[in-house]
Write a new protein. Structure first.
Length: 80
């Protein structure tokens, strides 16, 4: 899979998650994909102060990204 294909697949995954985050006043931005294995994202809006954002990141975001791009090993939230 090319770098561009990988990025598109990760974006598709984020597009699937966004409506849930936005309904709670938050959102997520893709910052980078490092070594084709690590996705760096930034939770924004209400997601930054949400007490369950790490759970959302692991069980929601990471799981969905891995569905679209199985080679991804980890999703990392980069705080502002």
């Amino acid at each position: 899979m090319s770098t561009e294909e990988l990025r598109l697949n990760v974006e598709k995954a984020l597009d699937e998650i966004r409506p849930f985050l936005q309904s709670d006043g938050g959102d997520i931005n893709l910052l980078s994909i490092d070594d084709g294995k690590f996705v760096k994202v930034q939770l924004v809006g209400a997601c930054t102060s949400c007490s369950v954002n790490q759970m959302t990141l692991k069980s929601g975001v990471e799981m969905t990204i891995k569905k679209y791009a199985p080679q991804i090993e980890k999703v990392i939230n980069v705080e502002k």
